[in-house]
Design a binder for this molecule. Structure first.
Ligand SMILES: *Cc1c(COP(=O)(O)O)cnc(C)c1O
Length: 393
């Protein structure tokens, strides 16, 4: 069949993005109701949302933020990371997982990924630890939890703070436990492509009361109103840290609460689509389906194929462009963070994580989100097969 990029008919009529939100009338009503209430920010919905997420994730405390990146910034602050401190993380992630370390003056140290899971390789972490190492930020890439037990053990042994960037893994399980109580602090994002959305939004969950208080004041200018000098008068408050205005609004929290009632159904649908893709692509020459550790249950934020480029007459770029022409919204997650010009200027050299760099060359994200119809799923499979068979050697 003639490829759409060569003038043929695309496998589907309209463009299908790789991810998108699912908003229903009841979500809209929840926001409107809050709009009509006395509080559109700093009201009761925030705390309700925090308590609901904490309960869902199995953590004691939650602090909501304006977005996931601000939440990670807060976690780095609460962890006490500052100038001169090193923080170990993975290169195969969104830039925010490392940028948050830079925000507080620390230095990200990139440790290579495991060839099979594409998550940070725990067996390489110890070699990267120095006297300046302060924390580890693991990322649950695509929704598959990083190998949390060995990482936590290393963090304990060296006295490091363990932060989990779980932007991809709300609803995922590791050894039967929900992601959210397995690191010192865990971050979820509520960007529209993530499992549930608040427009923009993020949260940190933790069992540690001290982190909880630090996160709360970091979110609001570093201001405290409790345990201050009451002799001054009832208006009195103190700014004790250089915080930010990183608050989520009640409008967002109201949307989040409504979305949360659907989370399990959303995750279920993502798992069903992943199972269909696994089946469809497991015997296709030249692609590798995502390997999953036997003791994890991913909530499948992303579905990433690994192209084995030796099987094809062209590179990933041509395959990508041909799929876009078929109206399949493929994407690439992720460019290794230190490839970005900003990190190159900081002195990170290409070649430091060879497994990640090699993996990046063949990575191809295909659409997965709960609102996909049977037609959407079928045309993705058709489109991938059409393009790959055309270019296969
Ligand atoms: C989405 C995402 C973030 C940032 O979340 P925002 O809410 O967009 O700021 C951080 N890390 C990873 C891995 C993400 O996918």
């Amino acid at each position: 069949m003639k490829l759409a990029i060569h003038g043929g008919t695309p496998v589907r009529e309209s463009f299908l993005s790789y991810g998108q939100q699912w908003i229903d009338e009841d979500d809209i009503e929840a926001v409107v109701e809050t709009l009509r209430s006395p509080f559109i920010t700093q009201g009761p919905k925030i705390q309700q949302f925090e308590e609901s997420i904490a309960r869902y994730a199995g953590a004691k405390y939650a602090v909501a933020f304006a977005n996931g990146t601000a939440a990670l910034h807060g976690a780095c602050f609460a962890a006490g990371i500052s100038r001169g401190d090193e923080v170990i993380t993975t290169p195969i992630t969104f830039a925010a997982s490392a940028n948050c370390v830079l925000y507080v003056g620390g230095t990200p140290v990139f440790v290579d990924i495991d060839e099979k899971t594409y998550n940070i390789d725990p067996s390489r972490i110890e070699k990267a630890i120095t006297s300046r190492t302060k924390a580890i930020i693991a990322v649950d890439f695509t929704g598959q939890p990083a190998d949390l037990d060995p990482i936590r053990e290393i963090a304990r042994k060296y006295g490091l703070v363990f932060i989990e960037d779980a932007a991809h893994s709300l609803g995922s399980c590791y050894k039967g436990k929900k992601v959210g109580s397995l690191a010192d602090m865990t971050m979820f994002s509520f960007h529209p492509v993530k499992h549930i959305t608040t427009g923009e939004g993020g949260i940190i969950v933790t069992d540690d009361e001290e982190y909880y208080h630090k996160l709360k004041r970091f979110r609001t200018h570093g201001i405290i109103t409790e345990n201050v000098n009451n002799d001054e008068g009832p208006w009195y408050y103190e700014m004790v840290d250089l915080g930010y205005n990183y608050r989520m609004t009640d409008l967002q929290a109201a949307l989040g609460l409504s979305q949360l009632t659907k989370l399990d159904a959303f995750v279920q649908k993502r798992r069903e689509i992943a199972a269909i893709y696994n089946e469809a692509f497991s015997n296709v020459p030249g692609v590798r389906i995502p390997y999953q550790l036997p003791y994890v249950d991913s909530s499948w934020h992303l579905y990433v194929l690994q192209l084995q480029l030796g099987h094809f007459r062209v590179g990933r770029k041509e395959i990508f462009e041909a799929l876009r022409a078929e109206n399949i919204g493929v994407h690439v997650h992720y460019i290794p963070v230190y490839f970005h010009p900003y990190y190159q200027r900081l002195g990170y050299k290409k070649g430091i994580c060879p497994v990640a760099e090699k993996w990046y060359e063949g990575a191809l994200t295909i659409p997965i989100f709960p609102k996909m119809s049977e037609y959407d799923i079928r045309t993705v499979i058709e489109g991938v097969n059409k393009v790959l068979s055309f270019y296969r050697k």
